[in-house]
Design a protein around this ligand. Structure first.
Ligand code: PAF
Length: 288
């Protein structure tokens, strides 16, 4: 594995790979790698000649009251995990490498309208603009054939797909399953803020989504009934506050009047001072 922190050096290295007709798979991350990330790297390994992972805690996607300065990091452990998962290049740019202007920001920002306004977007103004801007920049630097994202951040995934399509970026966005611990809690770098007992309790989030998905599958077609059910189940079992539960069309992220097709149930809660996001896909059972 080669670790590179300059954009210029990475471009030189990857041009050489392209000249050898090697396909490139890319996994963008903010580091503190867990099995969710390493499964993305392993997926990329299966179908590409070269796999590159970036580790960059992107200041543009954090608002002032968020954990930019305390975001967990362990570059040594990340390097070992990336090697074991089959990564060839680790791109670890500094903030000034990515945003050399005096304010360490990008004057150009990418706004994926509509999709970025709802759910996470309405609670974290500027967040998705920061995500889309850095992902666009990373895609320009790396020029991968395929880029890998987990379903856990479902709204982010849809926004990236939309951006890649709208801006005719030559990369396939590969959607990968959420990886969970044995109780069902979706893996996230921020789970490191929870102790073992809290992690166990936090799995109520996914269990509630599963129960809500079952209701859809057995024929409940009213999005607000599903939403209420899921919300009540969570707050009756753990001391959490619910930011939102949304029963949405997976592409538009809009709530349908009635559930007649596949939906995604999105959820964000605050539990033990940690914000937890998860989602589940489900479809009404079609009886003929
Ligand atoms: O999902 C993440 O870790 C980040 O939002 C991403 C895609 C690496 C952009 O900073």
């Amino acid at each position: 594995l080669e670790t590179i922190n300059s954009i210029k050096d990475l471009k030189v290295a990857l041009s050489a790979e392209r000249a050898r007709a090697n396909t490139i798979g890319f996994v963008p991350t903010m580091g503190y790698l867990h099995e969710g990330h390493t499964s993305l790297i392993s997926n990329a390994r299966k179908t590409n000649d070269i796999v590159i992972t970036s580790i960059f805690v992107n200041p543009l996607q954090f608002s002032e009251n968020e954990d930019l300065n305390t975001y967990p990091s362990d570059i040594e452990a990340d390097t070992t995990k990336a090697i074991n998962a089959g990564c060839d290049f680790l791109f670890t740019p500094s903030v000034s490498q990515m945003y050399p202007s005096e304010q360490h920001t990008s004057k150009t920002k990418i706004n994926v309208s509509d999709l970025a306004k709802s759910w996470e977007g309405s609670l974290r103004p500027g967040h998705f603009e920061g995500v889309a801007t850095v992902v666009n920049k990373l895609l320009n630097i790396v020029g991968p054939c395929s880029v890998y994202f987990g379903e856990k951040d479902f709204q982010q995934l849809q926004i990236v797909k939309q951006m890649v399509s709208d801006l005719s970026i030559d990369a396939s966005v590969i959607q990968c399953e959420t990886i969970r611990d044995r109780n069902g809690l979706a893996l996230s770098s921020r789970n490191s803020y929870l102790d073992a007992a809290q992690k166990q309790q936090a799995s109520v989030l996914y269990q509630s989504l599963q129960a809500a998905a079952k209701l859809v599958e057995i024929g409940e077609s009213d999005p607000s009934t599903i939403e209420e059910f899921c919300r009540n189940r969570i707050i009756s079992k753990i001391d959490a506050s619910v930011d939102y539960i949304g029963v949405v069309d997976p592409k538009t992220l809009q709530v349908p009047d009635k559930i007649v097709d596949e939906v995604r149930i999105l959820a964000a809660i605050n539990f033990a001072d940690v914000r937890l996001l998860d989602n589940i896909g489900c479809s009404p059972c079609v009886t003929k």
